[in-house]
Design a protein. Structure first.
Lengths: 264, 374
């Protein structure tokens, strides 16, 4: 039997971790205002997929992303790291999509791409909901192998190693599956110069909602949830210092401070 | 990609490379793996064949983090340039794949203890012996000379003929009689070994002569006219690295109750630094375009670019130290290293004074009043 397995890595383009973030009037992140990168946790999924391809365990690696046109840049960057092809799902009706809408769209796109493993990072760096892998698996009716520190292919099954508090679990399911991996899989590679040049010639398709058999109505305005407020964490009160006093006095003050907070 | 690599993998190594003066073999491997060591080599020999503007950007971005590491890319090209400009297809096919992949390192052997820019003063001899030449003499100040697998060497085949008696050769450094007995102790680019090379009747097949006998001078000049561009780009990168650091430092440092960055005296310095860099960068790109176009006056452009960029880098890095005050003078911060590294860009591949001579000669040639050749 010839093995010709396919992994599709789901990628999200997010604002760079260090970029200043602004919100629009309707409480959406102003994505045009911040430098955009591949979600750093997705890079581990890419690395895992490419290692499986290099070892011969899978034949092809593709990418899919839902996002505005500029998310195509993230796909191009992923293609520069390796892999074969990419698909961008973009549609004006998807603006402001929440985790549920994202999962519906990705599930529909994956139905069409039909990979043996749909691989994702464990969370996105901007929303950090960690909901999409589970939701996509549920919508597609396939097993979920979540939080893998390693993904392997064992015959007709996919297997993840998942760290637990006192060791690790090995979880296996017959393909097709949805899997998510953590930052334990190994450091993502840098794109090489030849990789960047080759990426320009790799196929990238753009699909609208209609192309994956969905309509704007299916998505109920792209979101079931609504962000009502976003604010920065409150600054910590300044550190209190006990300085310039004798040791006895210092001990008394610190003890009083701890006692006042019922810590001693 | 290059900037990411420089920020994440090269910059954190720079202080250690400078302190230990050890060649960063790990970064050489990294640059090879990312296809950056072969940017100047033809694609048909495994290179990435970037145009000269692309090469300048790569050199600048690496030099922004560490000047020593940028030389890995720059010297790989310098050592191979004589073969690029005058080598045969057979020579290129024989050596370029190994150089483009980084399996082999190259060096350029022109300078001698008593012959720097005065190429006609070269004493090294190449004597014909059947199908071979025997090379004898010494070279000095050869960047990467002690770690290179291949050195392009310039030697007199007809000493009485002066510069017209100079010829170029490809020497594999595992040939008996070749040795690199000593490396210099330097002020800057300390991780990059600058070697003295000895040749004791080193046997080189005639198939490794680049061009014809007597073409050595023209090959050397043609090489330097193009390679100088890399030094301009390196200078721009060093200056940019120092300025980036000075800006972030000034934004954090408080004196007299305000940020140093809000003081006009500091702002004027930072503005002069940034605009100086930008001017040198644009001139470097213009020179790169001239080399890409193989313009007849490309030496005018590359010498101007190296002159302006080298002097700018020295001034800007000195000012960066000034912005940091006393902290700029100590090794805890990177700007003093950048200031030491910047100095070499005013010296190698022709001093700034030699660049002025080249620019002036080009000017006189354009005006049709050049001095008759001697």
């Amino acid at each position: 039997m010839t093995i010709s397995l396919k992994i599709v890595v789901c990628i999200k383009q997010v604002p760079a971790t260090t970029a200043a973030k602004r919100y629009t009037a309707d409480m959406r992140l102003d994505r045009a205002a911040a430098e955009a990168v591949i979600n750093p946790l997705d890079e581990y999924a890419i690395e895992q997929a490419l290692r499986l391809q290099e070892s011969g365990a899978v034949e092809s690696v593709g990418y899919v992303s839902m996002g505005p046109d500029q998310a195509g840049e993230a796909l191009r960057r992923a293609l520069a790291m390796g892999g074969d092809d990419a698909t961008l799902v973009t549609d004006p009706a998807l603006a402001g999509a929440d985790a549920w809408a994202t999962a519906r769209v990705l599930a529909a796109a994956l139905d069409k791409l039909a990979p043996d493993v749909a691989l994702m990072g464990m969370a996105s760096d901007d929303a950090r909901g960690s909901l999409v892998p589970g939701a996509v698996a549920a919508l597609r009716g396939v097993p979920l192998l979540s939080y893998g520190s390693e993904l392997r292919i064992e015959g007709a099954a996919a297997r993840v190693r998942r760290l637990t508090a006192d060791g690790f679990d090995i979880v296996e399911a017959p393909m097709p599956v949805v899997a998510s991996v953590t930052d334990q899989v190994g450091e993502p590679r840098y794109a090489s110069l030849k990789g960047i040049m080759a990426a320009k010639r790799k196929p990238m398709e753009t699909w609208s909602l209609a192309d994956i058999g969905l309509s704007a109505d299916d998505l109920h305005g792209a979101a079931l949830t609504r962000v009502v407020e976003a604010r920065k964490p409150e600054a910590k009160p300044p550190t209190e210092r006990v300085e310039g006093v004798g040791a006895d006095e210092a001990v008394t003050r610190i003890a009083d401070w701890l006692a006042a907070r019922k810590l001693i | 990609m290059v900037r990411e690599l420089a920020d994440e993998r090269i910059a954190p190594r720079a202080a250690e490379i400078d302190a230990t003066a050890e060649f960063p073999w790990d970064l050489k491997e990294l640059l090879a793996k990312q296809d950056l060591i072969g940017i100047a080599f033809p694609a048909r020999f495994g290179g990435t064949e970037l145009d000269n503007i692309g090469q300048a950007i790569v050199a600048e971005e690496i030099a922004r983090a560490d000047a020593t590491t940028s030389l890995i890319v720059i010297v790989q090209k310098l050592g191979a340039l004589p073969i690029m400009v005058a080598g045969s297809e057979e020579q290129q096919a024989r050596y370029f794949p190994r150089l483009a992949s980084g399996e082999w390192m190259a060096a350029f052997g022109l300078t001698e203890a008593s012959a720097g820019s005065d190429v006609a003063g070269i004493r090294m001899r190449a004597t014909r012996d059947g199908d071979d030449y025997l090379l004898s003499g010494s070279k000095r100040f050869i960047t990467h000379g002690s770690i290179a697998n291949l050195v392009t060497v310039f030697a007199m085949t007809e000493p009485a003929a002066g510069r017209k008696g100079l010829s170029a050769f490809i020497v594999e450094t595992d040939t008996p009689g070749f040795s690199a007995p000593r490396v210099e102790h330097k002020m800057g680019i300390r991780g990059s070994p600058t070697a003295e090379l000895h040749f004791d009747e080193v046997r080189v097949p005639a198939a490794n002569r680049i061009g014809e006998e007597g073409e050595g001078f023209a090959i050397a000049m043609s090489t330097l006219d193009r390679s100088r561009l890399s030094i301009a780009a390196q200078a721009v990168g060093i200056a940019q690295g120092a300025t980036d650091f000075a800006v972030s430092y000034a934004a954090q440092r408080e004196q007299f109750g305000e940020r140093v960055a809000d003081m006009e005296g500091i702002q004027f310095m930072l503005a002069d630094m940034a605009s100086g860099i930008e001017a040198a960068r644009q001139l470097t790109y213009a020179a790169a375009a001239a080399v890409d176009a193989d313009a007849p006056d490309l030496a005018y452009w590359t010498s101007s670019a190296k002159l302006i960029a080298g002097d700018m880098a020295m001034r800007v890095t000195t000012d960066a130290v000034q912005v940091l005050g006393g902290y700029g003078y100590v090794t805890e911060y990177p700007v003093e290293r950048m200031m030491r590294d910047a100095k070499i860009t005013q010296l190698y591949e022709g001093t700034q004074q030699v660049q002025r001579l080249i620019v002036a000669r080009q000017l006189l040639r354009r005006a049709g009043v050049s001095r008759p050749s001697r």
